[in-house]
Design a binder for this molecule. Structure first.
Ligand code: ITT
Length: 193
């Protein structure tokens, strides 16, 4: 059976992909292929960073793979934190999701426009080294306080359109139906089949 390496160090992303994609795709992790390097995300675009991550793994491991770069874009903040979502509260320190959420709440404190979207761009590299890109978005609003325990990142603050609870309250069943990542992964799956 063919296997696809999901080039991510984020175990939540890996779990989401494994529950959205069929088992027959044989998704393996970076750990499974002993890829231990950190890839610097130096591009100013989601597609550019997704390609950097996928390319680094393809070149070292030689197996078909895909990577996603994702983030939260908030209308009232000129679409920030965007590509800097992981390191919003500190460019240099370790990723701190709590501090990121607190910074976002602070920056939106006096703002009534709470609209935002999550975006994912996947870069897939096939066994011949050909790249393809798939994008997914989910629109919603930023809550006035953090709520819920599921998911990761900004999930405690993101209320998807049509719901009145955050992704972190709604849990993985709902998130995996609606999310930016699930939209992009389903486009990728359609293309592969
Ligand atoms: P890899 O690069 O190893 O895949 P990462 O967590 O560093 O893992 P990104 O560079 O794509 O991933 O950064 C994504 C950041 O955007 C992440 O740290 C969160 O802050 C936010 N984010 C992305 N997808 C999210 C989601 O589904 N739920 C909540 N926050 C998300």
């Amino acid at each position: 059976m063919a296997t696809w390496v999901f080039a991510t160090n984020n175990n939540h992303k890996l779990e989401e992909a494994r529950s959205i994609l069929p088992n027959r795709l044989g998704i393996v992790s970076l750990k499974d292929v002993s890829f231990l390097k950190e890839v610097d995300e130096t591009s100013s675009t989601f597609a550019g960073n997704a390609e950097l991550k996928a390319r680094a793994v393809f070149e070292e491991v030689g197996k078909p793979c895909f990577a996603d770069d994702s983030g939260l874009c908030v209308t009232a903040l000129n679409l920030e934190p965007g590509v800097r979502s992981a390191r919003y509260s500190s460019e240099t320190g370790p990723v701190d999701h709590l501090q990121n959420n607190l910074k976002l709440l602070k920056n939106l404190k006096h703002t009534d426009d709470r609209s935002a979207y999550f975006i994912t761009v996947i870069c897939l590299i096939d066994s011949e080294g050909q790249t393809s890109f798939y994008e997914g978005r989910v629109f919603g609003e930023i809550s006035r306080e953090m709520k819920g325990v599921h998911g990761f990142g900004y999930d405690p603050l993101f209320i998807p359109q049509g719901y009145d609870q955050t992704f972190a309250e709604l849990g993985e069943g709902v998130k995996n139906k609606l999310s930016h990542r699930s939209v992009a992964l389903r486009k990728m799956l359609e293309d592969l089949e």
